[in-house]
Design a protein around this ligand. Structure first.
Ligand SMILES: Nc1ncnc2c1ncn2[C@@H]1O[C@H](COP(=O)(O)OP(=O)(O)OP(=O)(O)O)[C@@H](O)[C@H]1O
Ligand SMILES: [Mg+2]
Length: 574
């Protein structure tokens, strides 16, 4: 759980300085080993909604944005991959990652790919979201992968978001607006710096001329739903991960195999599962096992990753907001930063996305994760049909989810509190007090990490003050102090040592929506200074940083921002 301060500005050798260098690392294993939709066009000019009945992917040519302009790239990811920063602004790199692959150097292909997936909401299968009401038209509607490359012995898939329509676009425009692209770009790298597994951000380009209409909130609106249509610039962000396989994707093939939809249904399910293992779990699952053994091991490994992931989300105050199976990466990392929010005021029911419902609220995420895990296991089941013994093992892994989840959650709360073991009485009282006061979640835990003598520092996190509440807090703090200085801490570490440890678990800075709003507002006028400042601040979330930064970004949410549409709550962020 502890997070190491990352050392910035490490010396590196950049091996990849130009797009030609990157092209040399290209290796399209997904397209070459998985099944292509037999109805697809090799040209990739396939931009009308249609049903896709079989195959793992559809070749799709991205639609570039007009007059792309550089906004940002992730310096951290570039450094990790050995990419020169200058490449992000070079003509051919900008062209490719703003959607124009027509001139990319070989062996980079001119045609990318989109994948179909199924949808389950909180453990219930849906098909009506698909325009054909069959489930065959649902998948990556605006995400197109364009490259797979093996870089420093690790395989990465690069996926454009907002690069135009695919057969799965369901009649929508295939675009992502600047606002949502900036949110996702910043959030991915913030999450990585918080030491929470996530897809990563590579680059972000905006069109200087192309705009699309989206429903949004008028200035000062307190309405729940958007009350107007606004024109917003389109952008393309590129995200990077070992794979983009979602639980929903396994479900699509699992459902087809279960219903024997076509002769290759079982084969396609097995192929996608083995592909997932190869991409995401090759270190953890022995290559020599049989498929049935691999399937059981996969379920075990995914359970471990998913439960840790959700405990980490709670640790850092993140609410996914729309944790459907199609937004649940089968590699066990965070994916799709559309409806997300980082909590300000502690509230177990916090949910900033208006379409999300209470089932996806902050402290219900462990249950939502379990529902996705159930769907994951159901998708694997057809592969174990003739293996009763393995079937039983899978059932046990599935039914053990809540116990494992609870153990990680308790471990996480103990770590946030600087304790070796979870103390339920202390925690229950804390949860009640945090909600009653209420406190700012991030500031509260960070101030507690100073191991204060009295509740003075904790009061910085209070949104309301009352003598009675303060009395309760003083009592709670005394109990906590007796626990951290007593038997509940294994090593008899000094207060400084305890504080240092707690600060590596409790971030100082989090990407609150009211920081992001002015950044994308300025950006839509061509000023990217705030985006870049947020990028800098939010990629060192555990560091104290300067006094100026502290004054700006370590503070309570101002009263005037509460209940504002587009800031305290928002509709889907496409
Ligand atoms: N503007 C759009 N054009 C085409 N399809 C879209 C658009 N917006 C959303 N979709 C599709 O609608 C579905 C639900 O959207 P959701 O917001 O969960 O995903 P997303 O943010 O587009 O993508 P992802 O999950 O890939 O990050 C997805 O299949 C998505 O591809
Ligand atoms: Mg999504």
């Amino acid at each position: 759980m502890n997070v190491k301060e990352k050392s910035r500005h490490q010396p590196t050798t950049d091996n990849v300085v130009t797009l030609d260098d990157l092209a040399k690392l290209a290796n399209y294993s997904l397209m070459d080993t998985l099944n292509c939709d037999p109805d697809a066009k090799a040209s990739g000019v396939d931009h009308e909604p249609r049903q896709v009945f079989t195959g793992h992917y559809v070749p799709v040519k991205p639609t570039p944005i007009d007059e792309p302009e550089y906004i940002a790239h992730s310096k951290d990811l570039f450094r990790e991959l050995g990419f020169a920063d200058s490449m992000a602004q070079s003509t051919d790199f900008v062209r490719m990652f703003s959607g124009d692959t027509s001139d990319a150097p070989q062996p980079i292909r001119k045609v990318g790919w989109a994948s179909g997936y199924a949808l389950s909401i909180y453990g219930t299968e849906y098909v009506q979201q698909c325009p054909f009401q069959t489930g065959n038209g649902y998948g990556d509607g605006r995400a197109i992968s364009v490259l797979e490359a093996v870089i420093k012995n690790q395989r990465w898939e690069m996926q454009l978001k907002g690069a135009g329509r695919t057969p799965y676009c369901r009649g929508a425009d295939g675009r992502a607006v600047l606002r949502s692209s900036i949110r996702e770009f910043l959030a991915q790298e913030h999450m990585h710096s918080l030491a929470v597994p996530t897809s990563r951000s590579l680059s972000l380009y905006v069109s200087k001329t192309e705009k699309v209409k989206r429903p949004w909130y008028s200035e000062g609106s307190r309405s729940i739903d958007p009350d107007m249509l606004i024109l917003e610039p389109v952008a393309i962000s590129t995200r990077v991960a070992p794979s983009f396989i979602r639980v929903g994707q396994l479900e699509l093939f699992g459902r087809r195999a279960r219903k024997n939809k076509h002769p290759k249904a079982m084969e396609e399910l097995e192929k996608i599962v083995l592909h997932l293992i190869d991409r995401e779990y090759s270190d953890a699952i022995d290559h020599n096992l049989t498929t049935a053994e691999k399937v059981v091991s996969l379920a075990n490994q995914f359970r471990s990753r998913l439960t840790r992931l959700v405990a980490n989300w709670v640790r850092v105050g993140f609410c996914q907001g729309n944790f459907n199976s199609d937004n649940c990466a089968a590699g066990g990392f965070t994916l799709d930063y559309g409806p997300f929010g980082f909590i300000d005021v502690f509230n177990p029911q916090y949910q900033s996305w208006t379409g999300g419902g209470q089932h996806y609220s902050f402290l219900n995420q462990p249950v939502a994760a379990q529902r996705n895990f159930d769907m994951f296991c159901a998708a694997l089941q057809p592969l174990l049909a003739s293996h009763e013994n393995y079937q039983q093992q899978l059932d046990e892994i599935q039914s053990g989810f809540s116990t494992v989840m609870q153990a990680h959650i308790e471990k996480m709360w103990a770590a946030k509190l600087g304790l070796e073991t979870f103390d339920s009485a202390l925690f229950n009282e804390l949860e009640t007090l945090m909600a009653q006061t209420p406190v700012d979640y991030t500031i509260f835990f960070r101030e507690l990490s100073t191991v204060p003598d009295d509740i003075g520092p904790l009061k910085k996190s209070f949104y309301r003050h009352s003598e009675e509440i303060e009395r309760h807090w003083s009592q709670w703090l005394a109990t906590w102090k007796s626990l951290v200085s007593g038997t509940n801490t294994a090593s008899h570490h000094s207060r400084e040592e305890l504080s240092r440890k707690m600060k590596l678990v409790n971030p100082k800075y989090s990407l609150r929506e009211w920081f992001v709003v002015p950044a994308y507002q300025q950006a839509s006028k061509g000023n990217y200074a705030l985006v870049r400042e947020l990028q800098e601040v939010m990629t060192q979330p555990y560091a104290e940083q300067s006094k100026d930064i502290e004054e700006k970004y370590y503070r309570l949410k101002p009263a005037e921002f509460f209940a504002l549409g587009g800031l305290s709550h928002y509709s889907c962020s496409s």
